[in-house]
Design a binder for this molecule. Structure first.
Ligand code: MSP
Length: 508
């Protein structure tokens, strides 16, 4: 048997100063959908997520709640794990930056870069934004009037002994890499931003702190802890076994895709690849920065009290509608707006009406005309409408696969919905109730068979997105084989019609 091809994908490591919200869920659900799709396509998938647990921001949050940082992160990490369990996230590994398997690797890497001269001692004076854990130059801060150019909160001046990482040394090499690998930073808008940022000139990066203690201690340098971003980025190689399990690591690295929100693309497309270059490691294939969600037109924030809790939403409407909405509503890569109204509209039109009704109507007819057993197609009954439907059903998996390869989740779903809509129209065109009345049994058999077979294809294609729903569809169609098994025959199975997949919601 030939070895399966690997596919390694990651989410960012989320800060544990707060509980997960819909923004965190978005990246994680997208990664999960991709992971499930790749597994179904025969890949050996390694899907990594986890938590970023060091840094001043976390230490401050712990203090505010009267816990030690370690106690605090131990508590909050459970909220993330629970959320991912509820949302059906099929990660293969969950890494916490406070774990020994990670800390050791960070320390080894720091020492190696120090030994080879890519990290060197110096002094730092500059402006620091604690919420973003980011340094800004005098110029950047002066442009915004002493506030963080990203989050607009006040920055404060820091002067400390530090170690620098030689970003500048690798600037040209990185530029060449990005220019010759158009798929390295996606979408193209993010790539252009990164290119112009690098072209402005890279300054060496301060990678240790002495003003607080909650971080990875720098080996042999009393009082220094590793800068939280330098620490956290290393997770992408510490988890798959860099320096601890070389065999595993060789089978997994480089990552196929790092997924994240657009605000942290710069860390992943500038600092991270340079760290890898300094270590002599290959670069990830793609860094993808998706858009941001606003809520009812406003930026989501605790102070505004408009933070959407994905778990509460799932409890109210079901997990699959949340997964579906987030990936269907806006193309992956551009910003989107969440509102109850658009959520409910999409639920009712796409889920309750289109897919839910197609299954319901079809199974009702299987029961009514064929005693609940899916018929074989009748002989010599092929007409134009059937041909069109069957052709589309045959083409759709290829379209979905090519959209998924581009991470165009919403286009992949649109393609499936085109098939669903065509099947709903097919029912109107063929009018099975008339065929039954007129005694055209062969035609009736074909129409019902075609509809059931389209439903089978639809179930397979939407499985990565709405896995709970598709196992219910599968059961109702009377199928028992694993969904990914090729060539499943549908004729002859006894259907088991049950409650509607998505009961209609009243508009609120
Ligand atoms: N800890 C860093 C990442 C380190 S990766 C080595 C971090 N953490 S975070 O908790 O702030 O999570 C940021 C990620 O959450 C974003 O990149 C994005 O994936 C997601 N989102 C947070 N808010 C979001 C929206 N409003 N909309 C969409 N996604 C956003 O940054």
């Amino acid at each position: 048997m030939t070895k399966k091809q690997k596919f390694y994908l990651t989410t960012p490591l989320y800060y544990v100063n707060d509980v997960p919200h819909i923004g965190h869920a978005y990246t994680t659900i997208a990664a999960d959908v991709l992971a499930r799709f790749k597994r179904m396509s025969g890949f050996d998938v390694y899907f990594l997520t986890g938590t970023d647990e060091h840094g001043q921001k976390i230490a401050d949050a712990a203090k505010e709640h009267n816990y030690s940082p370690q106690e605090y992160v131990n508590m909050v990490v459970e909220r993330f794990k629970d959320a991912w369990l509820t949302l059906g996230i099929s990660y293969n590994d969950f890494i916490r930056t406070t774990e020994e398997r990670h800390v050791k690797v960070v320390q080894n890497i720091f020492q190696k870069l120090l030994d080879q001269g890519d990290v060197y001692p110096g002094e730092y004076e500059g402006w620091y934004c604690t919420p973003c854990e980011t340094f800004w130059t005098e110029f950047q801060v002066s442009e915004t009037g002493n506030t963080c150019p990203d989050c607009k909160r006040p920055v404060h001046k820091l002067k400390e002994k530090t170690f620098y990482f030689k970003l500048s040394k690798y600037q040209d090499k990185l530029l060449k890499h990005i220019e010759s690998h158009p798929e390295f930073v996606l979408p193209a808008s993010r790539r252009n931003e990164v290119l112009s940022f690098i072209k402005q000139g890279l300054k060496d990066l301060s990678v240790t702190r002495t003003t607080f203690k909650w971080g990875v201690p720098v080996p042999g340098q009393e009082g220094h802890v590793v800068y939280v971003w330098f620490d956290a980025l290393i997770n992408y190689i510490s988890a798959p076994g860099f320096t601890s399990n070389e065999k595993k690591f060789a089978g997994l690295w480089p990552a196929d895709v790092h997924l994240m929100g657009k605000e942290i693309v710069r860390f992943h497309a500038v600092i991270w690849p340079i760290m890898l270059m300094a270590l002599g490691l290959p670069l990830p294939k793609t860094v993808f920065g998706h858009g941001w969600w606003t809520v009812e037109g406003e930026k989501m924030s605790k102070s505004k009290g408009n933070v959407v809790d994905p778990i509460a939403l799932s409890k109210e409407y079901g997990v699959d509608p949340v997964r579906y909405f987030l990936l269907r509503e806006v193309p992956f890569g551009v910003d989107g707006d969440f509102s109850k109204k658009s959520f409910i509209n999409r639920y009712n039109s796409d889920l309750a009406n289109d897919i839910g009704n197609l299954l319901n109507r079809t199974l009702t007819m299987v029961e009514k005309y064929f005693g609940g057993v899916i018929p074989e197609a009748g002989e010599n009954t092929f007409d134009e409408a059937s041909e069109e439907l069957v052709n589309l059903a045959n083409e759709t998996p290829g379209i979905v696969a090519s959209q998924m390869d581009k991470l165009a989740f919403s286009d992949a779903l649109s393609a499936v919905w085109e098939l669903i809509n065509k099947a709903n129209k097919y029912i109107e065109l063929e009018a099975p109730w008339k065929l039954s009345k007129e005694g055209k049994t062969d035609n009736l058999k074909s129409v019902i068979f075609n509809l059931c077979d389209v439903l089978r294809t639809v179930a397979i294609l939407v499985t990565p997105f709405i896995p709970t729903t598709t196992s219910r569809m599968w059961e109702q169609l009377g199928l028992t084989d694993p969904i990914e098994k090729p060539g499943i025959k549908i004729a002859g199975t006894k259907v088991a019609k049950a409650d509607p997949l998505f009961p209609r919601l009243e508009k609120k």
